[in-house]
Write a protein that binds this ligand. Structure first.
Ligand SMILES: Cc1ncc(COP(=O)(O)O)c(C=O)c1O
Length: 484
């Protein structure tokens, strides 16, 4: 390959070389799929030593072929493979094939989504994708949204709009201009005790600190306990605290449990609070014809976090922050002469930076556009339904075993359980479950999750991959039980 080739240009020779380069990468990637397991097994110290790079910037570059050879030897074989049916550890998905093609287009053209002049067609596609998503989630004409880097940023964006809305509308105070009001140490955000830690991270970043998150206990289905929330709100208001927002988790990280959205809407209306839905996980359920009603309450939330790099199986990063009333995006709008002049919008140039915390931003909406258009409602419904059905099957099989305790019946596609030792085995349950997970990862190439539930170490299957079959699940159950 020509050593000095920089970019893909109209030059015929350049196009030829670029195609050869991509072909060799494609070959390397497809070859690396051959062993099929989720992880090759190397332990951390050994892998660190293998990948130690003392000469990252050699005096003379080694050239692309040499770098590709190095990558093939040591990096590709030691990556985890979320596309393997032996991978079920986290809310970390495989990339649908069409979205890998989309990533090539995204990188090749490198559109920057902050202003129309840096991304004309890309801006219009993001606007269309967002318009369709709002409809899918049951939002009306005034809704809007923006793509973000992930669920954490989408949550921060939703909670920030909630805070600013509250200050403007309830305290008649312009927080955007003057910063936090004097009352801010009394502000409270209510989220379940098993909500994602981006709640605390967000309140910290918003200047309120972790203490602003009031943790509401969950019931035995791992859903926010509304009766306790009501008691907490009453007591907090009497104590002079200021509830401004409830965050419902629609698919908790470990259990996939869904907080009761309709009841939460009523509570928020009673107390004049914003209802944010962290549907980073559960947002995918909307596409399952069989299970969509489990998340139908999303349409009643003021803002929704949707993650496409979880149930939707699109490559990292890909997330959206949706808002029921677009006027609240004003909290994130600031004009710069060089970028998003006010007159642009009047003349029809949409600058998406007006809704975004990021300035430079990726054209991630293309992945959703390609994949939704390509597979359609039917194709998508089958994928999502397959994952939810798998979890229901796995739960049913585990429940038959006396040596297994399952923590809760799944609502989406995660199952948390622990294996129990025989009396007198000499090993306690926590140690045994930790040992089994490590063994699976390093000796069997199977990567599963681990968490703590009700004080006990548990194993976790996050079943995002619809290629996993009931027979595969039976095989894994037998393997786990044999490792007791
Ligand atoms: C419920 C929930 N919300 C938010 C997040 C954060 O999403 P991200 O990792 O895309 O920032 C996660 C991550 O797993 C999650 O499980």
């Amino acid at each position: 390959m020509e050593k000095n080739m920089l970019f893909l240009t109209p030059d015929q020779e350049c196009k030829k070389q670029f195609t050869e380069m991509m072909d060799s990468v494609l070959q390397a990637v497809t070859d690396a799929m051959d062993h099929g397991k989720a992880y090759a097994g190397m332990a951390p110290f050994e892998l660190r030593e293998t990948l130690r790079t003392d000469d990252l910037l050699p005096a003379e570059g080694v050239g692309f072929e040499a770098v590709l050879a190095e990558m093939k030897k040591n990096i590709l074989p030691n990556l985890v493979r979320p596309m393997s049916t032996d991978y079920m550890a986290h809310l970390h998905c495989a990339s649908l094939v069409e979205s890998i093609a989309a990533e090539l287009v995204i990188a090749a053209f490198n559109q920057s989504m902050d202003s129309w002049d840096q991304a004309p067609a890309a801006t219009e596609i993001e606007v269309e994708v967002i318009r369709n998503l709002c409809r899918i989630y049951g939002y009306g004409e005034n809704s809007d949204g923006v793509f973000t880097s992930g669920g954490s940023q989408s949550n921060l964006s939703g909670l920030l709009l909630a805070r600013d809305w509250f200050c403007n509308e309830k305290l008649n105070y312009d927080i955007k201009k003057y910063g936090l009001p004097a009352e801010f140490p009394k502000f409270r955000l209510y989220a379940s005790e098993i909500s994602h830690f981006s709640m605390e991270k967000s309140t910290h970043l918003m200047g309120m600190g972790y203490n602003a998150v009031a943790k509401v206990p969950v019931d035995d289905r791992m859903k926010m306990d509304i009766s306790v929330l009501k008691k907490m709100l009453k007591a907090d208001v009497e104590a002079g605290l200021i509830p401004f927002c409830v965050c419902a988790t629609v698919g908790t990280t470990d259990f996939g449990s869904i907080d009761p959205l309709k009841e939460l809407r009523a509570v928020c209306d009673e107390y004049g609070m914003w209802l944010h839905a962290d549907a980073a996980y559960g947002s995918g359920v909307v596409l399952s014809e069989r299970y969509a009603d489990r998340v139908s309450g999303l349409s009643e939330c003021d803002s929704i976090t949707v993650d496409f790099h979880k149930m939707f199986m699109l490559p990292i990063s890909c997330s959206a922050s949706l808002i029921r009333d677009k006027k609240y995006f004003d909290a994130l709008t600031l004009h710069a002469d060089y970028l998003n002049r006010e007159e642009d919008e009047e003349e029809g140039y949409i600058n998406l930076v007006n809704k975004s915390m990021q300035t430079t931003r990726r054209f991630d909406a293309l992945k959703v556009w390609i994949s939704f258009r390509m597979r359609g409602r039917k194709g998508w419904s089958e994928l999502i339904t397959g994952s939810v059905d798998n979890a229901a099957y796995f739960y049913k099989q585990l429940k038959k075993l006396s040596c297994v305790e399952v923590m809760v019946e799944p609502e989406i596609s995660s199952v948390v359980f622990r294996v129990l030792p025989d009396a007198g085995s000499g090993e306690d349950a926590d140690t045994m479950n930790k040992r089994i997970r490590r063994h699976l990862m390093h000796k069997c190439g199977t990567v599963i999750g681990q968490t703590v539930c009700r004080g006990n170490v548990c194993l976790k299957f996050t079943l995002l991959n619809p290629l996993i079959t009931p027979a595969k699940l039976d095989e894994l159950i037998a393997l786990i039980v044999s490792l007791r």
